[in-house]
Design a protein around this ligand. Structure first.
Ligand SMILES: [Cu+2]
Length: 480
């Protein structure tokens, strides 16, 4: 009797919980309402089965409970009952699965008017490519992949020249425009999931898989890699922004074609030097940095990393947090660089700088005493952070702190200890890397939580300062 009551409460509780549960699908933002219908159908069929079976058990427990003088009967076979049960189960399972097959046909058949969009997944980031004016994506090969051609487009294929390159985890789509996502991976299995779109698909290295959807609601949606096998997929965040037709067109205008990204490599150093005049007041004439202005050394810094930081400062992705005093002094400087070409010119010019400090007297450092600054404590113990560096930081920043471009992690060597320490603290305290569009910063932010105390950060900085990066033999002159 008690068991029967427990069963009844369980059944009732489950049904009520299902109806009242706050955990359900995110609001849908695509054409795939049929997906929701199949899931609802599955819930109804399995739910009915669950309720009926449990009610039947409860009924039997009550009806056939122990009674004085009643004996159980043994009846192993009942053709009639088994025929009924098999028939019913077959009908229920067919009812559950058959609609799914029809919908699957739609999933694998993109409509003719669907526009193509290539998504490139790599441990642990996303980039995208659109066919240009010719409507055709150019050929690609992993062997063409380099820092200057991160998507590996074949430079000799004319169809590739006008392809639009989005080397950023944030992608824009036009509302009510069906899109076929062509999924390409450069390394391992990945997975393309926008929960609001309802459809998802795996990437398989060596082939191009696909999925299609028609975004029906403007908004900003998380792109997740829901791959289980392997490491770190959870940190692979992207963003899909569904725009109105006009804002999509505006955004598209700003995106470079492959040919443009290659032409940008040939830059105007004279123009770059002109723009750098402003920068030198803080970052130094030779890009050596200036602690008084809290401005880091730029000489020797990775070009793509600098371009991204300058874009982010311009777009308000970095340097807008209310506690980011130093970022806020930098952001207006980036505004002075009018466009991608200007950013590119100044970054190329910085690439020619020696990083040699002009200040060899004490006066400069006395000046800095007046400015609030982080004091790198000599108490930093590199041996305490060696294990954390090698097991975690080295994954992205390299064994010798040389930086790894495929994961967008910059070199850490060459940066002053005070700068390293404030940046790690900024990531940890959510002052840097928390803007919705700062997805690389987010990755770093998640990792910065491994250093919970300021002492741990000092230990880490002490360890990084001791690293010898073979690509950057010039070590910082320690003038203190
Ligand atoms: Cu992944």
């Amino acid at each position: 009797m008690v068991v029967a009551i427990i069963l009844l409460v369980l059944v009732l509780g489950t049904v009520v919980f299902h109806v009242l549960s706050p955990w359900y699908f995110t609001p849908i933002a695509s054409n795939w309402s049929s997906m929701d219908d199949t899931v609802t159908l599955t819930f109804v069929v399995t739910g009915l089965g669950f309720v009926l079976v449990n009610l039947f058990i409860a009924y039997c427990l009550i009806k056939f409970r122990t009674k004085e003088g009643r004996r159980a009967e043994y009846e192993p076979e009942s053709i009639k009952l088994e025929t009924w049960l098999t028939g019913l189960t077959t009908v229920a399972i067919a009812a559950m699965l058959a609609p799914g097959l029809l919908i699957w046909k739609d999933v694998v058949t993109p409509p003719d008017e669907a526009m193509e969009l290539e998504v490139l997944a790599r441990q642990w980031n996303w980039s995208y490519r659109l066919p240009g004016a010719d409507g055709r994506l150019g050929a690609v090969a992993v062997s063409h992949t380099s820092e200057d051609n991160p998507l590996g487009i074949d430079p000799s294929d004319p169809f590739g020249q006008d392809d639009v390159i989005v080397y950023d985890p944030v992608m824009h789509l036009k509302v009510d425009q069906p899109v076929t996502f062509l999924l390409r991976s450069n390394d391992v299995l990945h997975n393309f999931t926008v929960p609001q779109f309802r459809v998802k698909m795996d990437f398989v290295p060596g082939q191009v898989s696909y999925i299609w959807a028609e975004p029906t609601a403007e908004g900003s949606y998380d792109l997740l890699c829901e791959e289980l096998c392997g490491v770190g997929h959870y940190a692979m965040r992207g963003r899909i922004i569904v725009d109105s037709e006009e804002s999509y067109a505006d955004w598209l205008l700003d995106q470079p074609t492959f040919a443009e990204t290659q032409a940008e490599l040939a830059t105007d150093l004279v123009a770059g030097q002109g723009s750098y005049a402003v920068c030198s007041s803080c970052h130094g004439a030779n890009g050596e940095g200036n602690q008084a202005m809290h401005s880091p050394r730029l000489a020797g810094m990775d070009g793509e990393y600098m371009r991204r930081q300058l874009r982010h400062f311009k777009q308000g992705v970095r340097g807008t947090h209310e506690d980011d005093t130093w970022g806020q002094t930098m952001a207006p400087m980036a505004m002075m660089l009018a466009d991608a070409a200007a950013i590119n010119n100044v970054v190329s010019y910085i690439g020619t700088l020696s990083g040699q400090s002009e200040f060899d007297d004490e006066a400069h450092y006395n000046l800095s005493a007046a400015v609030e600054r982080y004091e790198p404590a000599s108490s930093g113990d590199p041996s305490k952070s060696a294990a954390l560096y090698q097991s975690t930081c080295a994954q992205c920043h390299g064994d010798d702190g040389e930086g790894v471009w495929t994961v967008n992690a910059p070199a850490l060597t060459g940066l002053d200890d005070w700068y390293l320490a404030t940046q790690i603290k900024n990531f940890r305290d959510g002052i840097r890397g928390r803007h919705a569009d700062d997805l690389y910063g987010l990755q770093m932010g998640l990792v910065s939580n491994t250093m919970t105390t300021d002492q741990a950060i000092e230990d880490m900085v002490a360890y990084i300062s001791g690293l010898e990066n073979p690509n950057q033999p010039v070590k910082l002159a320690q003038q203190r």
